[in-house]
Design a protein around this ligand. Structure first.
Ligand SMILES: [Mn+2]
Length: 380
C-alpha cells in the first residue's frame, strides 16, 4: 500500500513538472510523465531490478547478483523447482528498490550504494545432470570472478580478507532449483575462499551418505546427499550448522554421520525450548568469523505457510520466526546465499513465492547491513 501511494505521488509530481515547462513532448509524457511499472506490470525481474544476462556480458559489474539456477532433476519426491526462479520473481513483484525500507532492519538494502542486479537464469540442461552441475559451477565461478561494481563497498570488504587472492568478490544470491545446486556453488566458493561454514535452514539434513555399491557416480548426487559429497571434497569447514530440522531418520546413525560431515543441529522444536535469541547465539558462535554460506530450503517453513515445495514436512517454523533468526545473523562474513526448493506447481495463491521473495529481501538486508551489531529487538 505504501509503495502504491509512493507511485501515485511520483506520477503526480511528474505531471506537474511536465505541464509547467515542457513543450513539444508527446502527449503521454506531457500529461503523465515517466512510464513507471506498477507492481502488476512490466517484464519480470526480481523486485523490478535491472535485468541483465550477466554471463553474456563480461563488462557488467555488480556487488550482489540475483541468479536463477533452474535445476530440479536431483529430487527424491516431487519435481518442479525448475520453475522456482520464475515463481520467486513473480512473488517479488510488490517489492522494488524504492520503498524497500523495513522497520525490522531499519534500512533499505537498495539504498546502501551497492549495485544489485538480476543476472537472469543459468540455462542448465534438463537432460544430463553431470552437464547441468558443471554448467552451474562454471556460471557461478564466472560471476564470482568479476570485479565488484564499487571498490569502496563496505559489505564486500568484510569478506575481502577471507578470499585467497585478497580481492573483493561479488556476492550471489541464488534462486533454486532443488537443493543439489549447492554442490556446484560450494565448489565455486571453495576456489575463491577455501572451505566455508554453512548455515543451513531446512527440515532435512541433506547429509545422507549413499554407499557407492550398486550406484552410478552420478546417482549419488541428489538434493539429499550434496552436503555429504561436499564434505568428501573438503569444501566445508567442520563448523557448519543446521536450523529447523524435523524430518524422519533412519536412526541415530544418521546423526552420527551428520556430525562427521561437520554439522551441529538445531531442531524445529528447539524454537520453543531455546527461543529465538538462543538459536541466534548458537548459530553465531558455531560459525564465528569464518566465511559463511547461507542456504535456506523453503521447507524449513511449515507447509501451511509455504506449501509449494518438493518434500514438505509437518510442524515447521513460521515465516516470522525464520525472519527473526535471519535478522540476528547480521554482521557474519557472508560470501553467498540461496533460497531453494520453491516448486510453484504445489503452491496456492503464490503463498510460497511471496515468502521466498520476502526472505530474499531479508538476505539482501543481511548482506548490505553495515551495522554489525545485533538488531536491538533480537538482542533482548
Ligand atoms: Mn534441502
Amino acid at each position: 500500500m505504501l509503495s502504491f501511494l509512493l507511485l501515485i505521488a511520483l506520477a503526480s509530481a511528474h505531471q506537474i513538472h511536465f505541464s509547467n515547462g515542457t513543450s513539444g513532448a508527446e502527449e503521454w509524457s506531457r500529461k503523465y510523465g515517466e512510464q513507471i511499472d506498477l507492481p502488476f506490470t512490466g517484464p519480470l525481474s526480481f523486485s523490478h531490478l535491472p535485468y541483465s544476462k550477466c554471463l553474456d556480458s563480461p563488462s557488467t559489474l555488480f556487488d550482489i547478483a540475483i541468479l536463477g539456477l533452474p535445476f530440479d532433476t536431483g529430487v527424491s519426491y516431487r519435481p518442479g523447482a525448475r520453475f522456482g526462479p520464475f515463481a520467486i520473481r513473480s512473488g517479488s513483484r510488490r517489492q522494488r528498490e524504492a520503498g524497500g525500507y523495513t522497520l525490522a532492519w531499519g534500512l533499505n538494502p537498495y539504498e546502501s550504494g551497492s549495485r544489485v542486479l538480476d543476472c537472469g537464469d543459468v540455462p542448465v540442461s534438463p537432460f544430463d545432470n553431470a552437464l547441468a552441475i558443471d554448467q552451474m559451477e562454471v556460471a557461478y565461478s564466472t560471476l564470482l570472478g568479476r570485479d565488484v561494481a564499487r571498490n569502496d563497498s563496505i559489505e564486500n570488504s568484510l569478506t575481502m580478507a577471507l578470499a585467497k587472492d585478497g580481492k573483493e568478490h561479488p556476492k550471489i544470491i541464488s534462486l533454486g532449483g532443488d537443493h543439489t545446486i549447492v554442490l556446484p556453488i560450494l565448489r565455486s566458493l571453495h576456489k575463491v575462499y577455501g572451505p566455508v561454514s554453512v548455515i543451513h535452514f531446512d527440515a532435512h539434513l541433506d547429509t545422507w551418505a549413499i554407499p557407492p555399491e550398486g550406484m552410478t557416480e552420478q546417482s549419488r548426487v541428489t538434493h539429499g546427499t550434496f552436503f555429504f559429497l561436499a564434505a568428501e571434497e573438503h569444501l566445508m569447514t567442520n563448523t557448519s550448522i543446521h536450523a529447523g530440522i524435523r524430518c524422519k531418520l533412519g536412526g541415530m546413525e544418521d546423526i552420527v554421520n551428520d556430525v562427521a560431515v561437520g554439522f551441529e543441529l538445531i531442531s524445529a522444536d528447539d524454537i520453543d525450548d531455546l527461543g529465538v535469541p538462543e538459536i541466534i547465539r548458537r548459530i553465531r558462535e558455531r560459525v564465528g568469523n569464518s566465511a559463511v554460506y547461507l542456504s535456506l530450503d523453503i521447507d524449513v517453513i511449515d507447509p501451511g505457510l509455504a506449501p509449494g515445495t518438493g518434500t514438505p514436512e509437518a510442524g515447521g517454523w513460521t515465516t516470522r520466526e525464520v525472519k527473526r533468526i535471519l535478522r540476528g545473523l547480521a554482521g557474519l562474513n557472508f560470501v553467498g546465499a540461496d533460497v531453494v526448493e520453491v516448486a510453484p506447481a504445489y503452491d496456492h495463491a503464490e503463498v510460497t513465492s511471496i515468502v521466498a521473495a520476502d526472505i530474499i529481501h531479508d538476505l539482501l538486508s543481511l548482506m548490505l547491513s553495515v551495522d554489525r551489531s545485533l538488531p536491538a529487538r533480537v538482542a533482548k
